[in-house]
Design a protein around this ligand. Structure first.
Ligand SMILES: [Zn+2]
Ligand SMILES: [Zn+2]
Length: 322
């Protein structure tokens, strides 16, 4: 059964074949009738959305507008399908639109990034195979309208605002309803899990830098300064204490930073070795997320001048600056 907020927002949980089990999508019963995020493109996900909307007296063709928080398959996977069936336009940040279009071509650069970070080749191939097969659970977007930071999202009876929160993903946007002090966070803030700054795969022109965590933390500051009482995240339960959650996440990253420094005091390490220490027994399909987390911290420590990196036989080794 869909949970209701403010009599017009319905939270619907759609199944995903990943550890988090479900993605939250939100149906807004106002004009235009709006869906925030869509879940992945599988039969189970589509049928569940149809059934839940039906239970509320609506249907897929009732949807008049689709807002996407970010370009991860569990959030946009069936957007194109729903748009084709309903005629609803899709709105997304331009950076995510570009990423979705280029994701198939980014597996080559991704492979070299993982190898450079010390992941053994067999494991890299396994991780890439998993990501390629996951990509089948999403359709690329034919046409989309762009939402930039600060843009308004009008409804008949309310006005929302777009807040660009890069970090977890470069073009992640949150949707803010000031009147109710409510924020739809996508994966920027989750109740039980610390959101991961997922490694950006730069195109061949960009230098090899990983700004994800640094951007994530400054996006977190942005939300800390916002007048908000209720968070509606893309996975799990709603959050009634946004400031408390944000403090917890800052503390968690600080702790992790200290831990990584103490690991490096034992000698130089690749980010793969650090990942194995942070997440013992990490399965191949999560190796990319683990590496993302490790390099996020390493990049900040490097910028602060506390560690250095040098390349040896095609791999990056990090060590303390003494
Ligand atoms: Zn995500
Ligand atoms: Zn997600």
């Amino acid at each position: 059964m869909a949970l209701t907020f403010f009599e017009k927002i319905y939270k619907i949980e759609l199944p995903i074949p990943f550890p988090m089990k479900t993605t939250n999508v939100f149906f807004i019963d106002d004009s235009p009738k709006t869906l925030i995020d869509t879940g992945i493109k599988t039969d189970a996900s589509f049928e569940m959305l149809k059934k839940e909307l039906g239970g509320l007296g609506f249907s897929i063709p009732s949807i008049e507008r689709i807002l996407i928080t970010h370009g991860h398959i569990d959030h946009y996977g069936q957007a194109q399908k729903i748009s084709s069936l309903s005629g609803a336009p899709i709105y997304i940040h331009p950076k995510e639109y570009g990423r979705i279009r280029s994701v198939i071509h980014s597996f080559g650069p991704l492979k070299s990034i993982l190898l450079r970070n010390g992941v053994p080749e067999g494991l890299v191939n396994e991780a890439i195979r998993f990501m390629e097969s996951a990509q089948k659970m999403a359709d690329s977007l034919d046409e989309a309208f762009f939402l930039e930071d600060g843009e308004t999202i009008p409804f008949a009876s309310m006005i929302w605002k777009t807040i660009h929160c890069p970090g977890h993903s470069p073009g992640l946007i949150c949707f803010y309803w000031p009147e109710k002090k409510t924020l739809f966070t996508g994966d920027h803030l989750l109740k039980e899990i610390t959101p991961n700054p997922v490694l950006y795969v730069p195109d061949s022109k960009s230098p090899l830098r990983y700004p994800g965590l640094k951007e994530y933390l400054s996006s977190l500051k942005k939300i800390e300064g916002l007048d908000v009482d209720l968070l509606l995240p893309g996975h799990g339960e709603e959050v009634h204490d946004p400031k408390g959650l944000i403090r917890k996440i800052f503390a968690h990253h600080l702790e992790r930073m200290t831990h990584i420094l103490s690991l490096l005091s034992q000698g130089e390490k690749t980010s793969y070795e650090i990942t194995l220490d942070l997440f013992p027994g990490v399965p191949p399909f999560e190796i990319f997320l683990g590496i993302s987390e490790a390099v996020g911290h390493l990049e900040i420590l490097k910028e602060e001048g506390r560690i250095r990196v040098r390349e040896k036989q095609g791999k990056d080794y990090y060590s303390l600056v003494s």
